[in-house]
Design a protein around this ligand. Structure first.
Ligand SMILES: [Zn+2]
Ligand SMILES: [Zn+2]
Length: 206
């Protein structure tokens, strides 16, 4: 089983939007051609986990506290959680109010201060310009990184890679002008996700 926990930090009005976007992604992943089952769960449903994760989030008050520090701590608590619940992979998606000190700190620290940042197993999204136009795109982009999907753009030029065969692919640096809100992946991303689906299947048969 693969689980993505989600949490909204100082953004209570966006909770439904975040949950619906993640569930929409899970519906697409479950179908052909990927067939990967991902469970979307609110961090609030696991009070112990929530308490530990939030205690660490509060450390972002210290400007020296890094996203990588948070990731390594979350790796530890999620791994412990996975072992007790027999979950294959658990990760955390945090949606932050862009004014929150976490967002401010991440924007300052990130190499590209754009929409969000992911260091497995934790993704942060902190900036949704025009939420209903681009919101789902960035939520999907960052949470697909949690499932091991790579970027489809050149980090220096920010242009789409030549091996990305889908103009509206959501793993590009920013949404293509042609993007109309659909869950759209190139063949390379699909292969990566199919690989994960196969490895989960194999594991559950052992
Ligand atoms: Zn990315
Ligand atoms: Zn692509």
């Amino acid at each position: 089983m693969i689980t993505i926990y989600w949490y909204c930090y100082e953004a209570p009005h966006d909770e439904e939007f975040v949950k619906d976007s993640l569930n929409e992604m899970a519906e697409h992943l479950k179908k052909e051609p990927i067939k990967l089952k991902v469970t979307i769960k609110s961090l609030r449903d696991e009070p112990e986990l929530e308490k530990e994760a939030i205690a660490q989030l509060n450390k972002f008050h210290d400007p020296l506290y890094k996203h990588a520090d948070y990731s390594s701590y979350i790796t530890f608590i999620l791994l412990r959680r996975s072992l007790t619940t027999n979950t294959r992979r658990s990760s955390l998606f945090v949606y932050c109010n862009p004014e929150s000190y976490i967002a401010v700190s991440l924007i300052k620290q990130a190499h590209s201060p754009s929409w969000g940042v992911t260091v497995n197993p934790v993704a942060f999204v902190y900036k949704l310009e025009n939420k209903y136009k681009h919101g789902k795109w960035i939520i999907w982009h960052e949470s697909l990184h949690l499932l091991g999907v790579d970027e489809c753009y050149d980090v220096n030029t920010l242009t789409r890679n030549t091996d990305c065969d889908c103009e509206t692919c959501i793993m590009q640096y920013e949404p293509s002008e042609k993007w109309q809100g659909e869950f759209s992946l190139c063949n390379q991303n699909i292969h990566q996700l199919q690989g994960l689906a196969k490895s989960v299947d194999k594991k559950s048969k052992i």
